[in-house]
Design a binder for this molecule. Structure first.
Ligand SMILES: NC(=O)c1ccc[n+]([C@@H]2O[C@H](COP(=O)([O-])OP(=O)(O)OC[C@H]3O[C@@H](n4cnc5c(N)ncnc54)[C@H](O)[C@@H]3O)[C@@H](O)[C@H]2O)c1
Length: 438
């Protein structure tokens, strides 16, 4: 057992800043507003419903996570954001079409009061959106400074004690990190000289980290997964995490694949296709944005199956992912997986999964948990990559040279053991031999 970390208390208001006030962000805000009025249950959120076992099984200590670690309470959250589309959170929620009027009406006034700030937006990075509510500036550094002013104003106007930023904006086009991302010095020079390789999401992250605000990345954009912004995060003692919320098909994949691997069942092919009709689907219809998503979605299986170590079982795995924009479905995505597996003596079998999910209903609780855990990490004095939050991401950000853990169950153990460790509780190894010794 180690001594507990010194974690500052979660006193005062926590501002949750959301670049991107579309389907996920408004579903998240609406859920919290309704939840704290007692109008709804916040299922899907580990911080709100999850329990954590402490000590031996015989001790019967299973507190709620929110009673075990000092998290900000729902009543202390305030919300702000930016969007290139000038709709308040109520109008944006109607546009997103995730929640029905019955749910929105009791919180309408509060949602209407949340107006997006003007965005840092560049059509080169999100080609299928036309933004009108956009900041103007000579250089990218000017834009970053405007965001810093927004952050400061928000903090003062809302009397916030602390802030976190959680990216809920569109997926940007795929770009490998370039020379400008290799150091903070190069990045700051690039901001002054308008380097085209600096994406809007990176300008938000730079502004957040410069203002002492942790940054969580819900999209596959590289953003803080670059040496430059990591250097800034570490210098400022701030936590960062990413990338891309793990919902829908990838969630199911990282539940199923570890089970097949645990039983040493081989996999020849895994074909995944989706139809979805929300704005995210429309943005992903652009090959550049789709490529970012594809890279993020493809990694999971390879890391879980380890084909280099199990070439007979997974060496020839054919993995394909498709996303098809199909407007009639709106946010209600439908995903199909066809999994060709084989077992004893090579006999083939098939698994079909047809998941009729609701994208933003699955993503909203992750935004809440990430906001609360990033704030906790900040108060616990943790800087840089928070790998223990891999549980929430499709493409977990890890230290250079490490492979990411994609297995949901390993990720869950990692998360809970991190909380036990921080609070000075014994780690749980599941060895259990003590129950059988005199
Ligand atoms: N819903 C899910 O299950 C899920 C899962 C993983 C990742 N994501 C990612 O979360 C993000 C949000 O998803 P969504 O369904 O809410 O999409 P959405 O299209 O409804 O919302 C995104 C919002 O971001 C805004 N935006 C675009 N560029 C911006 C910028 N530079 N600054 C500020 N705002 C900007 C858009 O105008 C839009 O309102 C997307 O990147 C998506 O890929 C969603």
């Amino acid at each position: 057992m180690s001594a507990p970390l010194e974690i500052k208390p979660a006193d005062g208001k926590l501002g949750v800043l959301l670049p991107g006030m579309g389907a996920v962000a408004t579903t998240f805000i609406a859920g919290v507003l309704a939840g704290r009025k007692g109008l709804t249950q916040l299922h899907g959120s580990l911080t709100q419903s999850g329990r954590i076992r402490l000590g031996k099984r015989t001790e019967q200590r299973n507190p709620l996570i929110k009673d075990f670690v000092p998290l900000a309470g729902l009543d202390d959250l305030v919300f702000g954001g930016w969007d290139p589309i000038p709709e308040n959170a109520y109008r944006a929620a109607l546009t997103a079409g995730v929640l029905d009027d019955r749910q929105l009406e009791p919180i309408r006034a509060e949602l209407e009061a949340i107006e997006p700030m003007t965005a840092v937006f560049d059509k080169e990075y999100v080609r299928l959106l036309d933004g009108t509510h956009v900041k103007q500036g000579e250089t990218k550094l000017d834009l970053a400074r405007q965001l810093m002013d927004d952050i400061d104003r928000f903090r003062i106007d809302n009397a916030c004690d602390r802030l976190v930023m959680v990216w809920c904006g569109s997926t940007e086009v795929y770009r490998e990190p370039g020379a400008v991302h290799q150091s903070l010095e190069a990045f700051e020079h690039g901001l002054k000289t308008n380097d085209p390789e600096i994406a809007p999401s990176q300008i938000y992250a730079y502004a957040a980290l410069s203002m002492g605000v942790p940054y969580a990345n819900g999209a596959p954009n590289i953003t803080v997964d670059t040496p430059a912004l990591l250097e800034l995060a570490v210098r400022e003692g701030l936590p960062v995490s990413g990338k891309d919320y793990k919902t829908g098909q990838t969630l199911i994949k990282t539940i199923l694949a570890p089970g097949l691997k645990a039983r040493m069942l081989g996999v020849d092919g895994w074909f995944s296709t989706n139809i979805l009709g929300n704005r995210d689907g429309e943005v992903l219809d652009d090959p550049g944005s789709f490529r970012s998503k594809e890279v993020s979605k493809l990694g999971a299986l390879e890391h879980i199956f380890q084909p280099d170590q199990y070439p007979d079982l997974y060496g020839d795995l054919y993995h394909k992912v498709r996303i098809n924009y199909y407007p009639p479905r709106g946010d209600n995505k439908e995903g199909w997986d066809n999994i060709d597996i084989f077992g004893w003596m090579g006999y083939p079998m098939q698994i079909k999964v047809n998941f009729l999910c609701r994208d933003s209903i699955l993503a909203a609780p992750l935004v809440l948990d990430l906001a609360l855990y990033m704030d906790l990490a900040r108060r616990a004095g943790k800087a840089g990559i928070q790998e223990w939050l891999s549980f929430y991401y499709k493409s977990p950000q890890v230290a250079e040279g490490l492979y990411p853990e994609h297995d949901l169950f390993i990720q869950q153990i990692k998360l809970k053991n991190t909380l036990r460790h921080w609070m000075g509780e014994e780690l749980i190894t599941h060895l259990g031999s003590e129950y059988y010794e005199d």
